[in-house]
Design a protein around this ligand. Structure first.
Ligand code: BMA
Length: 838
């Protein structure tokens, strides 16, 4: 029975709800607010006008009072029909945020204190069958359980009282997020009627794929709880292929009488493997389990699984002695992980519509990404996230939810962590998208930077990252690899030789350091310039990035008109990264400083986009020594100036389109050499060799071709290598010119190289010839041409559902391009499109 829908909501001064009788069945709650379950208290209060929109202007502190109230939820529901003697009822709350006490018909059912694991109670004796029942929940004030420990804070808005609560850590404020800690029933609530026995766990995993014999071996472990079973239990497991062919098997459950288990082994002929979308088809099989006792079927369980193996290769890299690989191996094939870090898609995590997940994950796939990292300061995502990643063929690097702090290790907290880990591993382990379990975000690394010289060196929280989490993963999953932290590896936990790294050298101006030396933040234009990515010889770069403003349309929605200027108080409030001039330093190094708001938007976007292009191209050329780039960050949780490439409303920044091209399955990129020479590289992430005729041109921005050549090139499957080299002087650079490469066969997107930073280029923006044709109610064709070189050509429709076949690109003199603009939600007309260039 589904207890989701509209409940009643009211706040009380701490400790006054019970004396007022709010837990009693006959309490009058008719004046209370409506609140959706699952959902979020903030959203209900905004809808009722009790708090202003916290994202607008500087409204955020106007919601702070909520942290000091206790919050009550109530629901009246009709009890189910009479229970038989062999039946029981369980109340299952998948997500309570956070410290809750529950009453059913006035009787206390239990308490719960962890947002990240379900609360389940046997309520057989409390529910009134066929009659009205009342469920009441009281959430303690979030403040009441927050104890600020004695430890360093990373940055001003990193509030450490969060570490004592198993709750989304970013809600207490982050360097891209407001302080708006959530309260409420954030995941579904069910009343589960069970008869004689229940399925408590299903774990499906691929044991082996034999590609020569075209056969796979899949194991399915079924766990049950028998509370009134008529005789021994058995399970029938059916695995159905996408085309309908099914394999079926039955086994008896054995072992502990009340908690028997069985593992079934299914041989699948002609298996359709689950691949990431760029390497194949993410095939999904339907898995059905039926549990039976002597008297017949008692329970069923249905899910989707993929047949795939995933491993983390850390063998020594023979070509870079002293280093080890850090690369994912999918179905036996080493892959280059291309993607971004994922943060919660809204500050109010209980109220995120599934469409928002679909929009963001589709955008990730369209940007040629094959992996996202669910970052450890947010949430174990909603089911829809993992279901979509399964379907779209996107791998997921899953952090456990610990970030940027030291964590308590007392027994009560440790027991909570153990229970949470067990719940989440069991919940997510069947998803074929799952590629890695990771202990936390940055906890070992940050600790090592602060306490590097302490003799009694111990990272508080290691009990989890080194013991409890890996033990839980080994016991309950055992097939998806575990990694203790991000970054992790090497002597300083952020090493170029071993493990994954976060490159905050660029952007935060963090100078390279070795273990045993103090760290330094040097925020100067020279130091934050993205050219330093070229010094990064890391194995797998799981964070790197830089800020850009969102589009003007987004700023207009949250910044009052009189505050629409760079560094206005309201704009600075929407930038949580201290000091707030890092973006200015990056622009100083790259594009020059902006003169007005529109230029600020353009130049910050250009600096971010060029930086991502530069970094991704460098890291991809280093394949396989570097085997992954996840840039910080894909998305936002509110409208903000941040590292994201897709803003809160869904508008892509320039960086989104630059990354999409830089992540193309086959990439052609120029590498400037230290001696003044130049190389052309081809990076092939596909599993087949490629060959093409490429044209390279050196030309001035004004239109004079200085050199042109054509050549046949070949690159092996899954390989990156130089295919052309110009000695110093053969391709003479300068601020008035560019080099560009094109594919004759359409193998890769055209690419170009500037010989100077954008601010130093000697050129003037040409006029654009733009012709827009209506190609259907929801589609426009935009034909573009320029007499001289046009940089940063951008099309814009002030509607976030609009998609562009390409955007923020360059046009060579005389080149004609046709861009398709589509909006499935609303009709488009030519006058809705603005087109500009630099
Ligand atoms: C790392 C991340 C986040 C942070 C980002 C930008 O620290 O893991 O915690 O938001 O860099 O500073």
């Amino acid at each position: 029975m589904d207890l989701n829908g509209v409940w009643k909501l009211q706040d009380f001064a701490p400790g006054t709800g019970v004396p007022a009788g709010a837990h009693e069945p006959d309490f009058d709650d008719s004046a209370w607010l409506d609140v959706p379950v699952p959902g979020d208290v903030h959203r209900a209060l905004i809808a009722a006008g009790r708090i202003p929109d916290p994202f607008y202007d500087r409204n955020e502190p106007a919601c702070a009072w909520m942290e000091e109230r206790e919050w009550w939820y109530r629901l009246r529901f009709e009890g189910p029909g009479p229970l038989a003697a062999d039946e029981r009822l369980r109340l299952v709350c998948e997500g309570l945020d956070t410290f809750a006490t529950l009453w059913l018909n006035g009787q206390e059912v239990g308490r719960h204190g962890n947002m990240f694991r379900e609360a389940a109670f046997d309520v057989t004796a409390l529910v009134r069958p066929g009659q009205p029942n009342t469920l009441a929940l009281c959430f303690d004030p979030p403040k009441a359980h927050a104890h600020a420990p004695d430890q360093f804070a990373l940055w001003g808005n990193n509030v450490l009282e969060r570490v004592s609560i198993r709750k989304a850590q970013f809600g207490y404020g982050w360097d891209w997020g407001p302080r708006l800690p959530t309260v409420g029933i954030w995941r579904p609530v069910w009343l589960r009627r069970e008869r004689r026995a229940a399925i408590t766990g299903v774990h499906a995993y691929t044991l082996e794929i034999d590609r020569a014999q075209d056969v796979a071996l899949v194991a399915v472990r079924v766990e049950a709880e028998a509370f009134a079973a008529a005789g021994p239990l058995s399970a029938e497991v059916t695995l159905t292929a996408p085309g309908g062919a099914a394999v079926r098997q039955t086994a008896a459950l054995t072992g502990e009488p009340g908690r028997p288990t069985a593992t079934l082994y299914l041989t699948v002929d002609h298996p359709q493997l689950w691949w990431t979308h760029d390497l194949g088809n993410p095939a999904l099989y339907r898995l059905d389990v039926e549990l039976r006792d002597g008297a017949g079927p008692v329970a069923t369980h249905g899910t989707q699984i993929g047949i795939r193996t995933i491993a983390l290769d850390q063998s020594p890299d023979p070509d870079e002695p002293g280093t080890r690989f850090f690369r994912f191996v999918l179905n036996g094939v080493p892959i280059f992980a291309k993607g971004a870090d994922w943060i919660p898609a809204d500050s109010f995590v209980g109220a995120i519509p599934p469409e928002r997940y679909a929009m963001l994950l589709r955008a990730a796939r369209e940007a040629n990404m094959n992996m996202l990292r669910v970052w450890g300061g947010g949430i174990y995502e909603h089911d829809v996230f993992y279901d979509l990643c399964d379907r779209l063929g996107l791998l997921v690097w899953q952090d456990f939810m610990f970030a940027c702090a030291m964590y308590p290790e007392d027994p009560a907290f440790a027991a909570e962590v153990r229970a949470e880990a067990a719940y989440q591993v069991r919940r997510l382990r069947n998803h074929p998208c799952l590629a890695l379990w990771c202990g936390n975000n940055e906890n070992q690394w940050i600790h090592s930077q602060v306490f590097w010289d302490r003799a009694d060196y111990h990272v508080p929280g290691c009990l989890y990252y080194d013991h409890i989490l890996p033990e839980t993963v080994a016991e309950l999953d055992g097939h998806v690899p575990y990694w203790p932290g991000s970054p992790y590896g090497g002597s300083d936990y952020n090493s170029a030789e071993d493990g994954d790294t976060h490159n905050w050298h660029v952007w935060h101006g963090l100078l390279p350091r070795r273990f045993g030396e103090p760290s330094q933040h040097v925020n100067t234009p020279e130091n934050v310039s993205y050219v330093h990515y070229a010094e990064d010889m890391g194995r797998f770069i799981s964070e790197f990035g830089m800020h850009a403003a969102p589009v003007l349309e987004t700023l207009r929605r949250v910044i009052p008109p009189e505050q629409l200027y760079h560094h206005s108080p309201s704009m600075d409030h929407h930038n949580k990264d201290e000091p707030k001039n890092k973006g200015d330093n990056l622009m100083l190094a790259t594009t020059g400083l902006p003169r007005d708001l529109e230029e600020y938007i353009d130049l910050s976007m250009l600096a971010q986009a060029e930086g991502l292009k530069f970094g991704i191209e460098h890291f991809r050329r280093r394949k396989p020594h570097c085997s992954g780039t996840l840039f910080w960050q894909l998305n936002d949780c509110w409208p903000v100036l941040s590292w994201s490439v897709i803003d809160y409303y869904g508008f892509g920044k320039a960086g989104y389109y630059y990354a999409r091209r830089a992540y193309a399955p086959v990439l052609a990129s120029f590498k400037p050499l230290a001696d003044g020479g130049l190389e052309l590289w081809l990076t092939n992430d596909t599993l087949r060799p490629v060959a093409d005729t490429v044209t390279v041109r050196l030309a001035t921005f004004a239109g004079q071709v200085l050199w042109q050549g054509e050549r046949e090139v070949r690159v092996g499957a899954n390989e990156s290598r130089p295919v052309w080299r110009w000695e110093p002087g053969e391709m003479p650079g300068g601020p008035d010119r560019y080099a560009c490469v094109r594919s004759r066969g359409g193998l890769f997107p055209a690419n170009r190289h500037y010989f100077a930073m954008p601010k130093d280029l000697e050129r003037t923006a040409p006029p654009l010839d733009v012709r827009i044709e209506q190609a259907g109610a929801h589609e426009l064709q935009v034909r573009l041409r320029a007499p001289a070189y046009a940089c940063f050509v951008r099309l814009f429709v002030p509607d976030e559902a609009t998609r562009y076949s390409d955007n923020y690109f360059d046009l060579e003199p005389g080149e004609e391009r046709v861009i398709t603009v589509r909006n499935e939600a609303r009709p488009l007309a030519p006058e809705m499109v603005s087109v500009r260039a630099r």
